[in-house]
Design a protein around this ligand. Structure first.
Ligand SMILES: NC(=O)c1ccc[n+]([C@@H]2O[C@H](COP(=O)([O-])OP(=O)(O)OC[C@H]3O[C@@H](n4cnc5c(N)ncnc54)[C@H](O)[C@@H]3O)[C@@H](O)[C@H]2O)c1
Length: 248
């Protein structure tokens, strides 16, 4: 087991990639903290983790709200659990593609808030617990959009690009403290987030993906597992993109 007796905090673990990560990490021996905005889906994931024989803690969390994030970590402290792994997976797609000149302040703010500021709030709390122990791994979530750009999805792409730059900066800052920070930047992955996009886009997504299909949440979770555990002990500051070859 690759994460035996470790505690992994997974944000947005009520759905899609986050749920796949929570379950894969639990199968690898980790205790799972499900930090999810949607209380019901968070509890469901925690129950699935328990069915796998691992302890879990579900805390309704809005990663973009620093008080909510502080309460999440206080609940972990109250359990007497350390934080070995933090996966900043929570996210939300833009409702539709839109030229930048039509993007509202609210839309811009909400994308930056959940992806970039949310990642910052969670990392800040996690580091307060990781630094004294001189150990920990952090896995952030970017996107191919943050590498190649996404016309019409500029706020999402900018937020994800910010997460990538945050990963590179922070990895150098905390490497001497025994903490590794990496980023997963997926291509098109079959999750409820993708289900919200127009069905007519699907053939284009497949055509632009050299492997000729959309990826699965488990294929992304496998990359997150690699980055979270000792298999990647000499890897930090890296952006790994499970994308079927669409962006190199
Ligand atoms: N699916 C894709 O094609 C794809 C591609 C590239 C990157 N990503 C990224 O992967 C991550 C997971 O996406 P997914 O496809 O599994 O999406 P999803 O919609 O299936 O799951 C996202 C989860 O995050 C939760 N969430 C949203 N806002 C939150 C908040 N403020 N606080 C806490 N939880 C919140 C949602 O409730 C949901 O359970 C996201 O960061 C996304 O941007 C996805």
């Amino acid at each position: 087991m690759r994460l035996k007796d470790q505690v992994a905090v997974v944000t947005g673990a009520g759905s899609g990639i986050g749920r796949a990560i929570a379950l894969m990490f639990a199968r690898e021996g980790a205790k799972i903290v499900v930090a999810e905005l949607n209380e019901r889906s968070g509890i469901e994931t925690a129950e699935l983790v328990s069915e796998l024989g691992q302890e879990s803690l579900a805390v309704r969390t809005d990663v973009g709200d620093k008080r909510s994030v502080a309460a999440l970590f206080a609940a972990i402290d109250k359990r007497g659990w350390p934080v070995d792994v933090l996966v900043n997976n929570a996210g939300t797609a833009e409702p539709e593609l839109k030229p930048l000149q039509e993007v509202s302040d609210e839309r811009w703010d909400s994308q930056l808030r959940v992806h970039l500021t949310g990642t910052f709030f969670c990392i800040r709390e996690a580091l307060l617990r990781m630094v004294p122990r001189q150990r920990g791994t952090i896995v952030n979530f970017g996107s191919v959009a943050g590498l190649s750009g996404l016309p019409g999805g500029t706020a999402y792409a900018a937020a994800k690009g910010g997460v990538i730059a945050l990963t590179k900066s922070l990895s150098q800052e905390v490497a001497p403290l025994g903490i590794r920070v990496n980023c997963v930047a997926p291509g098109w992955i079959d999750t409820p987030m993708l289900g919200n996009l127009p069905e007519k886009w699907r053939p284009g997504m497949i055509k632009n993906t050299p492997l000729g299909r959309i990826g699965t949440a488990d294929e992304v979770a496998g990359v997150a597992l690699f980055l979270a555990c000792d298999l990647s002990g000499f890897v930090t500051g890296q952006i790994i993109s499970p994308n079927g070859g669409m962006y190199r």
